[in-house]
Ligand binder design. Structure first.
Ligand SMILES: Cc1ncc(COP(=O)(O)O)c(C=O)c1O
Length: 462
């Protein structure tokens, strides 16, 4: 008997996913006989389609600020395909054509930086820095200058060492014990000032880092690791004067400055890198998500020549060089995709678009705040924006995580718009809606997102 098969029916895929795939950040108890996992089947530009054919506007670039150049880029797929059939892989002890060419192009965008170490995720790129700091401490300071400072509310990854450097209590909960030698410094969100109303909050927050250094002993502190603009900890744009003072402090105490550009890198905030808004000169920069916009897995740990030289001993020294291994850092798909991704960002003037659309988006969010008192503050830079929700503007009492998630769910259900919110990150403060559309977004996309949020807040506060 002939079986009639509907080629558009992917119910077997959904069933296989439901039965066998373990999704990230997901409590699988939510899947019941009636509730299936969502499968994203296709993407084009700013839009994605699910298994039922429903079209969604993606305001978070693949959920976690990744697809900077948008979906369905055939030229990236072609570049990866061409590279793979020529040479797909060799371990990183050898070079590759796209690896060398992308490193050169990247360094052109990062004056003062010099060397690129390839790996595959933001966490891994950050781990490389931590290992460099520890090894430099051994080689140069008798092992003593090995502590790494990180900031409350920042996130640097999911592995045990990067969680040890994580300033988000809920991300860390139940995964300890952690790696020793990671020390927290205070956050710099003026809206939630730890020192009451101060005129020079930026300087005050930076000085708080110095206080920690003095408490620990500057001769024990090897590096300070910061996000240029905190992402999942609530979209925190550093206050005026902060970065300049941070730089001074690092120089004063001979502390390496490691900037985690995993989210902000590759144009997200309107400059190639977030730190470039502030004239900072980092010693180490890490990046991942937007480097190849998710078309291939790639991350980069970029250092100055000075850092590189500290791990380049005499040939007779068999231990003092950076003895790290990243098997898949040798995949050529990453740098091949990254090169084409960078070409698109340049040829389509996407940094300029990020600046102008970012201003438009921020203006629209401010208008929404004028209409809805549940929005306590809007903030961000470029196409990396947040709206912190409060139950009361005077007390700044945060809304519950459930409320913030209800806004996200409403946008999804009623308007098929995918927005984000800080979640399972900071106890009591998972209350910031997040917007990070692809850098190709237009005014009409932004209007559609704002319209969805406006409707969601109206319905959820009724
Ligand atoms: C600032 C920051 N650093 C590092 C990471 C970790 O990157 P990955 O998930 O690729 O390991 C993230 C992930 O969200 C991040 O937001």
């Amino acid at each position: 008997m002939n079986k009639i098969v509907n080629p558009n029916d992917i119910s077997h895929v959904v069933a296989a996913d439901k039965k066998h795939v373990w999704h990230h950040m997901t409590n699988h108890s939510k899947f019941t006989d009636e509730v299936d996992p969502l499968i994203i089947v296709e993407g084009k530009g700013m839009r994605v389609w699910n298994q039922a054919g429903r079209e969604h506007l993606d305001a978070v670039s693949g959920g976690v600020w990744t697809v900077n150049v948008g979906y369905g880029r055939e030229s990236i797929a072609d570049a990866v395909r061409d590279q793979l059939v020529k040479m797909n892989y060799f371990a990183g002890s050898m070079g590759s054509i796209p690896g060398a060419v992308f490193a050169e192009r990247l360094i052109e965008k990062m004056p003062g930086m010099s060397r690129v170490y390839y790996s595959n995720s933001g966490s891994e790129a950050n781990e490389k820095c931590f290992k460099m700091v520890r090894q430099i401490a051994h080689n140069k300071y008798g092992g003593k200058k090995n502590k790494i400072l990180y900031r409350q509310r920042d996130y640097h990854g999911t592995t045990i060492a990067t969680l040890s450097a994580g300033g988000q209590d809920e991300r860390k909960a139940e995964y300890g014990p952690f790696t020793p030698g990671f020390i927290e410094v205070p956050h710099c969100l003026e809206y939630r000032s730890q020192w009451g109303e101060v005129d020079d909050y930026g300087i005050r927050a930076a000085n708080a880092i110095e206080e920690v250094i003095l408490r620990e002993g500057a001769d024990t502190v090897g590096a300070l690791c910061l996000e240029p603009i905190t992402a999942g900890g609530g979209v925190i744009v550093p206050p005026v004067g902060y970065w300049e003072r941070v730089q001074e402090i690092c120089k004063k105490y001979d502390i390496l400055l490691h900037i985690d550009e995993v989210v902000c890198g590759m144009g997200r905030t309107g400059t190639w890198f977030g730190y470039q808004h502030y004239g900072v000169e980092p010693d180490m920069v890490t990046m991942a998500k937007g480097v190849a916009s998710g078309y291939a897995a790639i991350s980069c740990t970029v250092t100055t020549e000075k850092v590189f030289e500290m791990l380049k001993p005499e040939m007779s020294d068999t231990m003092g060089y950076f003895r790290d291994i990243s098997t898949f850092g040798g995949c050529t798909a990453g740098p091949a995709a990254a090169l084409e991704n960078m070409r698109i960002l340049e040829d389509e003037n996407l940094l300029e678009n990020t600046v102008s659309m970012g201003e438009y988006f921020l203006d629209k969010l401010e208008s929404l705040a004028g209409k809805h008192s549940v929005i306590g503050q809007v903030r961000g830079k470029g196409l990396f924006l947040g709206a912190e929700l409060v139950t009361d503007r005077d007390t700044k009492e945060p809304v519950s995580e459930a409320f913030a998630q209800a806004i996200v769910a409403d946008c999804f259900k009623e308007n098929a718009v995918i927005i984000g919110a800080t979640s399972r990150s900071l106890k009591g403060f998972n209350n910031t809606l997040c917007f990070s559309p692809s850098l190709i977004c237009t005014k009409s996309d932004i209007d559609e997102i704002i319209n969805a949020v406006d409707g969601a807040i109206t319905r959820q506060t009724a």
